[in-house]
Write a protein that binds this ligand. Structure first.
Ligand code: FE2
Length: 159
């Protein structure tokens, strides 16, 4: 049965769905322009994490008595939340900088959201998602700083 939940908290969860959707929009734009297998593989995995976040946050919103947010990515939402737009002709370095900045936004948002007073199940979900975001940020930072696309041999696997 749905629980009674503070509408402000539901609204925060809905905004969070949009942050994860924005991240997916950025991943899609970057993945269209990257053809380096070791980057593609990791970014596809991270994109899947964001998709799962959207699904599970919506499940949680429903469980808490709210309505699911439609999973519609939107460029306008990305801009509103400060994600750097992906432009034609960007180099791999620039695309990875976009990824780093995007993961910084998702990390800061989860960090901020976790300061609220959540029920244990919602907190556990947010903690898991935040751990994913920290892992994504560390990996894209590593990939950017070590220029893994320019290296020979097997790439470090996505964590
Ligand atoms: Fe992420």
């Amino acid at each position: 049965m749905a629980q009674q939940t503070d509408p402000r908290l539901l609204s925060i969860l809905k905004d969070l769905v949009h942050i994860d959707l924005d991240a997916i929009t950025v991943y899609d734009a970057v993945l269209k322009r990257i053809t380096v297998p070791q980057l593609e593989q990791a970014l596809m995995e991270f994109r899947s994490d964001h998709l799962l976040h959207v699904q599970q946050l919506n499940d949680r919103i429903e469980r808490l008595g709210g309505e699911r947010e439609p999973p519609r990515p939107s460029v306008e939402s990305c801009e509103r939340h400060g994600f750097t737009p992906v432009r034609e002709g960007m180099s791999i370095e620039e695309l990875l900088t976009v990824m780093v900045e995007g993961e910084q936004i998702t990390n800061q948002t989860y960090e901020w959201v976790l300061k609220e007073d959540w029920d244990p199940e919602t907190r556990a979900l947010l903690d898991r998602n935040f751990a994913d975001e920290q892992r994504h940020l560390l990996w894209v930072l590593m990939a950017s700083r070590t220029r893994i696309w320019a290296r020979q041999g097997p790439a470090p696997s996505a964590p």
